[in-house]
Design a binder for this molecule. Sequence first.
Ligand SMILES: NC(=O)c1ccc[n+]([C@@H]2O[C@H](COP(=O)([O-])OP(=O)(O)OC[C@H]3O[C@@H](n4cnc5c(N)ncnc54)[C@H](O)[C@@H]3O)[C@@H](O)[C@H]2O)c1
Length: 362
Amino acid sequence: MSNITPASPLRDWLAQPTAGQVLRGFLASQGQSEEALAPALGLPLEQLVQMSGGKFPPELVDALVTAAETGQLPDGVPTVPASGPAPASGPAPAVGAAKSAPGIEIATPDPWTEQVTPGRFGGQSVVVTGAASGIGRAVASRIVREGGRVVAVDVSADGLDDLACDLGEALVPVTADITEPASADAVLAAAAGRVHALANVAGVMDDDAAVHEVDDTTWARVLRINVEGPMRLMRAVVPGMLAAGGGRIVNVVSEAALRGSAAGAAYTTSKHALVGLTVSSAYQYAGTGVQVNAVAPGAVATGITMPAPAPYGSSRTAKMRVAIPRLAVAEELAASITFLLSRDAVNINGAILPSDGGWSAA
Ligand SMILES: NC(=O)c1ccc[n+]([C@@H]2O[C@H](COP(=O)([O-])OP(=O)(O)OC[C@H]3O[C@@H](n4cnc5c(N)ncnc54)[C@H](O)[C@@H]3O)[C@@H](O)[C@H]2O)c1
């Protein structure tokens, strides 16, 4: 009897003698290899299935559980035996990181759990956009658990309802499209007073299109949501922050704000523009108590969807994605973002903080 479950990390599934063969067989049938999954080895199997957009079907989980429990390889499905030693358990190491080197043994990293600081946001109101899913949801949750009140903004009413059920009265949901001019007024009305901090998290991806492939609809949508939406909310909250003697704004950008190879032309342009808005505002309000910073996530396991990839652009970006050290979870990004939203960010203004496991250092 195996004690591996769908909540076990992918690494453990690959190491399981029979299920590992089924998983490798499935990857091979998709033209993939286990090396391609290296950044995701620390993720639970069920989370991978959830975020794969159907590429990892739920039936695969059933087949893997049966193979692990019975020790039998199922009939009629491709299987591939392990080629090398079984991977060690624990979180995924960086791709290409040495496991040992002359004179030194490198252990697998300690697993991480959230370091919740009770009362860090006590008495504070924080506006969080994109709060119905992924990184925004994790930020909203962390702030409420640290004593804050969150005005949670998203287009997804269902997602906000779900979050409100989890977090209770400290969460004020506002169903709104941040690109609509009226949304800023709705947010200020819901805040009903002082806004201590704003996290502009909502954003959408592009299809990796290079400029010769970009269509006007994608370009306009990505720029509107990723740049215009954050600008509208900043414009709405800054006067109150100036009048109150301070406030903190964190814009969520991306690895694509730091380099040209992480996404398509529209997304890369939008995130570079958001960096421009961040540093311009940091300069303009320096000395007023209003601080404006950004966090640049690397790859994060969330519900973010990518449209069908553009053929030329995606063939170029795929080459660079092999340098991604690891796939983070949303709570890890919330740790970086809530630090900059908190009073501990006291002397930080205009910083663009990569939270990417070292991708930008490569
Ligand atoms: N997931 C990643 O790998 C990754 C990497 C780099 C940067 N980012 C950035 O992180 C941010 C959050 O992404 P995520 O991965 O959590 O995505 P997600 O899709 O899980 O969450 C984004 C949320 O934004 C909301 N949203 C989208 N358009 C909106 C609009 N017009 N008005 C209001 N809400 C809107 C969506 O409904 C969704 O709930 C984005 O800005 C994204 O560009 C993500």
